[in-house]
Design a protein around this ligand. Sequence first.
Ligand SMILES: NC(=O)c1ccc[n+]([C@@H]2O[C@H](COP(=O)([O-])OP(=O)(O)OC[C@H]3O[C@@H](n4cnc5c(N)ncnc54)[C@H](O)[C@@H]3O)[C@@H](O)[C@H]2O)c1
Ligand SMILES: [Zn+2]
Ligand SMILES: [Zn+2]
Length: 372
Amino acid sequence: MSIQSKSAVAKGDGTFIITNVTVAEPKAGELLVKIKAAGLCHTDYDSLTWGKPIVMGHEGAGIIEKVGPEIKDLKVGDQVLLNWATPCLSCFQCQEGNQHICENNSPVVAGGNGHTPGHAHLEGSQWEGKPIERSFNLGTLSEYALVKESAVVKIEEENLNFSAASIISCGVMTGYGSVVNSAKLAAGSSAVILGCGGVGLNVINACEISGAGRIIAVDINPNKLELAKQFGATDVILADKADVGLANVAEQVKTMLGGRGADYAFECTAIPALGAAPLAMIRNAGTAVQVSGIEEDITIDMRLFEWDKIYINPLYGKCRPQIDFPKLVRLYKKGDLKLDEMITKEYKLDDLQLALDDMLAGKNAKGVIVFD
Ligand SMILES: NC(=O)c1ccc[n+]([C@@H]2O[C@H](COP(=O)([O-])OP(=O)(O)OC[C@H]3O[C@@H](n4cnc5c(N)ncnc54)[C@H](O)[C@@H]3O)[C@@H](O)[C@H]2O)c1
Ligand SMILES: [Zn+2]
Ligand SMILES: [Zn+2]
């Protein structure tokens, strides 16, 4: 029996509506999750212009409402975090340990948030009489999400704080994983973070957890720098928008770090003109990390790589959902991973426009949509 699920549907033309999506029973290997909370990320704003109707949202946490046939280890009532990697566990990359870039299921590897077998059966979600895709195989900005079993991670902790848990799914995992899984930041080292939004603040938090000695936060918004201090920044630099490529900031960073530059720099702004900036911040043989996923053509002065610099471009913090998500929940319970502090404001789904406006205005560390 199908149900009506109040959802945010991006229309593909830059707008969205709150509307009912008809959701079917889960088929084999699928689950119906009642969403309790869904975090907002800049990518949700991007999803408004993907040129096709889509159930929005790709971060979230909830409770299993129904299980389809052939589901063995999960049951109705289980608390779950949603993840958009949905690894198949059998392709070349999954076997290599790169579940986040699964060759069969990743909506990102497929390009343009492509529809993949990581998505629950497409006809299972219908809008205006037609099948509709779910953002990143999830579509968490909806009362109910029909997803593949591989899209959920069961969380055993009692009385899970769903708001806090919901942001693990993307921004926290991306920030933490880029530092710990990808850059493998060494204790005592120095790091520069360009852009202190939802992702950048999580990079800062992870640098602190990893024992970085200097954590230099850079943003054009002074409010974000105040937040950065709360999440572990030891130094902050207010950048000037006119400082294209952040050349002045790079000079300040060098001066602060013995004339040499940082061991690591993380780019978290998604601004194409800053694509080369992390290279300018690091010392010889340092590591630059492209966290935001800039996809435009940019020009790079190859001397910025001199000498022996490494520039990596991790996706989703090299997420291995079943390993990383429970670990992040444990770090949160221990008080190291600051998730409650990350949530500036909770909104109802009907107030999604306000939540997006607040995000774009830089008011929030993270906004979360909560469901009854
Ligand atoms: N690679 C991945 O796996 C992955 C995962 C999640 C999100 N993302 C991407 O990461 C990007 C950041 O996401 P977010 O949610 O943190 O966005 P956000 O808008 O919250 O943060 C961007 C920050 O950059 C700052 N900024 C803007 N111009 C700047 C400049 N010239 N110098 C310094 N700082 C500047 C802004 O003030 C803001 O604080 C988005 O594009 C998102 O799509 C990538
Ligand atoms: Zn795979
Ligand atoms: Zn995201």
